[in-house]
Design a protein around this ligand. Structure first.
Ligand code: GUN
Ligand code: FE
Length: 441
């Protein structure tokens, strides 16, 4: 396949590369093989050959090719509640709205239509790779992976482990620590089998829900599994005062230290939120190569805090973007890029300078649309060790075709076109999506 048209891709946290007219050539394995620029000698011959073999896709004049987005934090079972009860504090929201919903996935027939719809919605919004929390139930978790295969999305799926009887309801918890670990290992094996049937691999993920939900025994067993199978790990870390306080009270340690002690902070770990991480925690994340899933919409509600993205990027801590459905109400990473930028501006220019920035964000540290685009593409790809997120030879052809969301009324630079796309694009403007070179929308 050869896609003809303008391309926009992130190269580093604060730069984008825009090309007005090129041919993005995709090989049979779904990788970008070559990029032919209008100025290259063989542009016309490559174009003609693709056209004659019916492999040329020419974008409309107002369409642009962007990398697909990578969502580092989605609670798939919470999709039916997107937008519900976000005014409640985190632990009350979990107990009253979220655990009762998640417990329903014991019934695979309940799970199927939800997961089918969610995967379609995320793809329709331009998201080609997703790191998912499932529930405690393996049959439903497998359905989520199958929905990803069916709709052509690169999924990372975790069986949620939560066995602490003090912090989880009886109707929704793993029966014991050993059961939580055993079911996680079973899920890993089931995913290995499932992958034999597909070229678009789905990855199992070790998923302790968060420190309060788990016993020390299950955390220990899950850490051992992460090392045994060399798999990614996901959890929540330092999202809220309550969570931070729980670790201090029960372990006399910080949240990050507890996870590290059990071998759960590796260079394949992605920790959601991290808004309350201190510099010692961040050094630990850097030493271990742990990535942060920045969930800017959700952080407005539950964390009530702003992740200091700009500082993290300067310190070279890995950061990507997550919707945190349904702690975040929107499946769109466009919306989350916007919120990331807007939240980062809240403490700009010394406004609210009486706040202690160490507690609630960093003053004078705004980020840009380009920074946000970097998080949603390159940052996410690095966090998951994937060669995707950029339009570049040797990278996976995970791509979205986006129509300019409004007309041009005057001469515009590519930078201006880019900013208008980031700030105004909605699902309707995402015209086509490819994952590993194959149609997904
Ligand atoms: N901490 C533990 N579980 C959850 C969850 O489902 N959502 C969020 N935002 N935080 C959590
Ligand atoms: Fe979450």
């Amino acid at each position: 396949k050869v896609i003809e048209g303008p391309t926009i891709t992130s190269t580093d946290p604060s730069s984008i590369q825009c090309r007005k007219h090129q041919l993005t050539c995709i090989d049979g394995e779904g990788y970008i093989e070559r990029i032919v620029d209008e100025s290259d000698d063989d542009f016309e011959s490559v174009r003609q050959h693709a056209k004659q073999t019916d492999q040329l896709l020419t974008l409309r004049p107002d369409e642009y090719l962007l990398p697909g987005f990578i969502d580092l934090h989605v609670h798939a079972p919470q999709w039916p509640n997107a937008g519900v009860a976000l005014d409640r504090p985190l632990n009350e929201w979990l107990d009253t709205y979220t655990f009762p919903l998640e417990s329903k996935y014991q019934d695979v027939d309940f799970a199927k239509p939800v997961y089918d719809d969610l995967v379609k919605q995320l793809l329709a919004n331009g998201t080609t790779t997703v790191l998912y929390f499932g529930t405690t139930h393996n049959p439903a978790n497998l359905e989520l992976a199958k929905a990803c295969i069916r709709h052509n999305q690169r999924g990372f799926v975790g069986k949620v482990a939560m066995d602490n009887p003090d912090q989880t309801p009886e109707y929704y918890r793993d029966a014991s620590a050993s059961q939580a670990v055993e079911d996680t290992e079973t899920f890993i094996k089931q995913m290995i089998e499932l992958n034999k049937t597909t070229s678009l691999k789905q990855t199992p993920v070790i998923t302790p829900r968060f420190v309060p939900s788990c016993t020390p025994e299950s955390l220990k067993g899950l850490g051992e599994l992460a090392w045994k199978y060399d798999l990614p790990v996901q959890s929540h870390c330092s999202e809220s005062d309550w969570e931070n306080g729980y670790a201090l009270e029960h372990y006399h340690k910080r949240d990050a230290e507890v996870l590290d002690e059990f071998g759960l902070l590796t260079d394949k770990s992605v920790m959601a939120h991290g808004t309350l991480l201190n510099q010692t925690d961040l050094n630990r994340f850097k030493d271990r190569g742990v990535a942060i899933a920045h969930c800017p919409i959700s952080n407005v509600y539950f964390g009530n805090a702003v992740l200091p993205v700009s500082k993290l990027l300067k310190q070279k801590v890995k950061v990507g973007l997550g919707t945190d459905i349904s702690g975040g109400y929107s499946p769109s990473l466009y919306q989350n890029i916007r919120q990331a930028v807007m939240s980062s501006r809240m403490l700009h220019d010394g406004v609210n300078s009486e706040l202690d920035p160490a507690q609630r964000g960093t003053a004078n540290d705004p980020i840009s649309a380009k920074n946000g685009f970097y998080l949603a593409t390159v940052g996410g790809a690095e966090s998951l060790h994937l060669r995707t997120g950029q339009i570049k030879p040797g990278y996976l052809a995970d791509l979205q075709v986006v129509q300019a969301p409004m007309p041009s009324f005057n001469e515009e630079t590519m930078d201006q076109i880019f900013e208008k796309i980031i700030y105004n694009a909605s699902k309707d403007d995402v015209k086509q999506v490819f994952v590993q070179g194959r149609f997904a929308k």
